[in-house]
Design a protein around this ligand. Sequence first.
Ligand code: FAD
Length: 536
Amino acid sequence: MPPSISVESTTLKAFFDEVALLLGEDNISRDHSHGALTGVLGQTTYGDAFSKADTNLPAGAVRPKTVQEVQEIVKLANKHQVYLWTVSRGKNLGYGGTGPVVKGTVVLDLHRMAQIVEINEEYGYAIVEPGVSFFDLYEEIQSRGLKLWPSVPAIGWGSVVGNTLDRGFGYTPNGEHSQSQCGMEVVLPDGTLLRTGSGAMTDNTTWALYKGGFGPNLDGLFFQSNLGVVTKIGIHITPAPEAYATVEVDVPLESDLVPLVGTLSDLMRRSIILNSPSIANIFRIALTSEKPEVLCKIGPYMRADSCVPYDLLEKIRVEQKWGFWRAYFSLYGSVEMLPALKATVERAFKQAVPGVQFSYREWAGSPGVAISAAEDIKTEVVPHSGIPTVEPLGIVDSRGERGGGHICFSPVIPPSGRELYDWYLTAKKRTADAKFDFFADFHVYPRYVIAIDLVIYTMSEEERLYELYRQLMHDAGEQGFMEYRTHINWMEDVASKLDYNNFAFGKFVQILKDTFDPNGILSPGKSGIWGTGQRL
Ligand SMILES: Cc1cc2nc3c(=O)[nH]c(=O)nc-3n(C[C@H](O)[C@H](O)[C@H](O)COP(=O)(O)OP(=O)(O)OC[C@H]3O[C@@H](n4cnc5c(N)ncnc54)[C@H](O)[C@@H]3O)c2cc1C
């Protein structure tokens, strides 16, 4: 559905002219062609790098460095009635990158606001600005020799703030970033500066320690929303453990997904496993195996309009003695705890899944000595110790062409494994029928699973991809599931499913939007939220 709002070029010019006086011409872009952080193909354009369509092209960008500049910019946006789309580092690949929902919106790019305000080793937290990347935080921790393992997503060049606000995740015990966030500073649409939680009291020293504050908890209003521009967050960080083991659990049969997920989530509810296990299927195991004999077999199918046949994948699985599914997680604890944790995990899986296999990398540790991720662990397939990398970016080129993309269809599903398996069977068939490969990236939590069908595509396949996405959305809706996060093109559709009591949720958010952002200047259409009169 094309949005109805548009901005005259003379209005945009007047806005850019005034912002240029504030930031300097170097820190604005009067079109989308330059100024963004360097992307996958070395480009610095704004927009969705994973799309060839021009429907989400921004009109340009502004790049403030200070909170005061952000305050001034939102005031100017109100004055000129120009729309802003906030990004922190704009690396939201698979979800629209720096592309706004509405063509012609100006990107409010916060990557120059890159101060690490505080890192507290004793209590395990940091306070950061939006431009701080996962690499920046990790490197600062290393350079100060702090015994902390910060959580990082599979690729580390994104923003701690941006990723957290879109409910992104990493892989240490504090990897559920929206849950590890504690304390927030926000510029409201009229330029007012707000601090949440204990930060509401000047100089309160528990701002990044105690999430509650006094009275209503406001932080949730600024996740996946367009009610403010977040300029700082506190984030809790896992202390480096004394003993550590990475674990891979392979289960042979496709239907073993049920006991695999049921066992993992039970071990999480009992706090035996502390970080979120991720689960790969046989396609992903083969694609990322780096084994020449495997890559040689799937290679001919890795191209546009094609997918790898499951009978070939089964042949490879048997030859390689792999599971159909592989779960990756780690065990964190003391020297005394690690052997007990391992024994508990093995017992649980052996009882649940015949033919289960385990593989470990283990650091038994020394009493009182924290393990250094950088020196002791170095590289990991999944960054359970928080070492950032950008290596997984390579998968987008795996269909035989440089410059591919991926999109994640990611419903939230109960964690028994049964519901997930039912959903998976349908989604797998839809994906294969559309001639794409099902790259499973399932993330298990104690009480839910985020089930990602990560679809890699070439730019010539975009239309077919959207057909598939539409179908996956429809199926998941029928099964009663919704996505945890979505691409800019699907936000409206996900929001349209929130129908309880005659769309009471959306109506409540609408009141907030109209009250705090009466001109609707912030990120129109984000998560299906618009100012009154903006939507067709
Ligand atoms: C190969 C690959 C692997 C990936 N693996 C993961 C993974 O493991 N985990 C994961 O979570 N993601 C993953 N991603 C997706 C994505 O790359 C990351 O989530 C990335 O961190 C998001 O970009 P960013 O942090 O720069 O956020 P941004 O693009 O800056 O922000 C994301 C969104 O949050 C909102 N926002 C940002 N900043 C603000 C602000 N200051 N105030 C208000 N709203 C704001 C905006 O709507 C924005 O569009 C992966 C992507 C690829 C290509």
